[in-house]
Design a protein around this ligand. Structure first.
Ligand code: C2E
Ligand code: MG
Ligand code: MG
Ligand code: MG
Length: 282
């Protein structure tokens, strides 16, 4: 029986390996092509403040593949990180977001854009110079680009992370901690790292209205954030009950399907105009 089982296990394992390898080969050929052939695009999801206005959006990468349709970042970012393609990909994202911010400024829209960064992009030494040229070449007035980092990057090398964050601040960017509560960082670590904002992970928000443990955790996190002068975003708000609860606890802004899904730039402009949600130019 053991022998039998061993054989089966072996078979299943190699099937899975085969699938993984062939998917990687497909990604390897096609992601490079996607960058050259303009199959990549950024979607934007608004963050709605307590005054009901939108001051900033998150840029979320999409791949429109002629062969496979829309491919989500979860399907190709991990591969891009492993293969090193994350460097050119990340460069494309930053340049595109900076250009979009400039276009919005020209249209009189005062929207900051938050760009997701993976740790692998930051350990590669050219990140800051890439960002500086993107700012210069975009035509953007000032700097409208902020960054979202995850806890795993912060805990890996806290000293390097702090110096990177200080550098980004000097360039005019805010730094937000993404998916907070899912990684290994601690509340005490928040006090040592000069962040501007924490984004509460969706797992705390989902069904928070009937989950007293999540409620208590979110209240505690918001209290610590207040003391540290960090703003708090609730991610993944899908229902009015969740919205009511996070409002009552006192987060600063809300991002989630309840308000809007991520969408192409022009669709976002229409959405903002329709709802009259845009924060007035100052
Ligand atoms: P994230 O940065 O935490 O982005 C939030 C994700 O939650 C997005 O998924 C968004 O579409 C989704 N979301 C927003 N509101 C709701 C909601 O109410 N309910 C539910 N169920 N989901 C919601 P998406 O666009 O598939 O992105 C997944 C992840 O891929 C992102 O998570 C981010 O870690 C990564 N990613 C996306 N774009 C980039 C990029 O340009 N560079 C890098 N390095 N990573 C990226
Ligand atoms: Mg994010
Ligand atoms: Mg997130
Ligand atoms: Mg996430």
């Amino acid at each position: 029986v053991a022998k039998e089982k061993g054989k089966n296990t072996h078979c299943i394992f190699s099937d899975e390996m085969n699938r993984k390898v062939s998917n990687y080969m497909w990604l390897d050929t096609n992601l490079r092509k996607a960058m050259e052939e303009q199959q990549l695009l950024l979607y934007y999801q608004p963050k709605v403040g307590m005054n009901g206005k939108v001051e900033s959006v998150e840029a979320l990468l999409r791949w429109r593949s002629p062969e496979r349709g829309i491919i989500t970042p979860q399907e190709f970012i991990p591969y891009a990180e492993e293969s090193g393609l994350i460097a050119p990909l990340g460069k494309w994202v930053i340049e595109t977001a900076a250009r979009q911010a400039a276009i919005w400024q020209q249209k009189g829209l005062n929207l900051r854009i938050a760009v997701n960064l993976s740790g692998r992009q930051l350990t590669n030494g050219s990140f800051v110079s890439t960002f500086i040229s993107a700012i210069e070449n975009s035509g953007m007035k000032g700097c409208m680009i902020d960054f979202e980092l995850t806890e795993s990057y912060l805990v890996e090398d806290e000293k390097a992370a702090v110096s990177m964050i200080n550098h980004l601040h000097k360039l005019g960017s805010e730094v937000h901690l993404d998916d907070f509560g899912t990684g290994y960082s601690s509340l005490s670590q928040l006090a040592r790292i000069p962040l501007d904002c924490i984004k509460l992970d969706q797992s705390f928000i989902r069904g928070i209205n009937h989950n007293p443990v999540s409620q208590a955790l979110v209240r505690a996190i918001v209290a610590v954030a207040r003391t540290l002068q960090l703003t708090v975003v609730a991610e993944g708000v899908e229902t009015v009950e969740e919205e009511r609860l996070v409002n009552e606890i006192g987060v600063d802004s809300i991002q989630g399907f309840l308000y809007a899904k991520p969408m192409p730039a022009e669709e976002l402009e229409h959405w903002l105009a329709q709802k009259n949600l845009l924060h007035p130019m100052v």
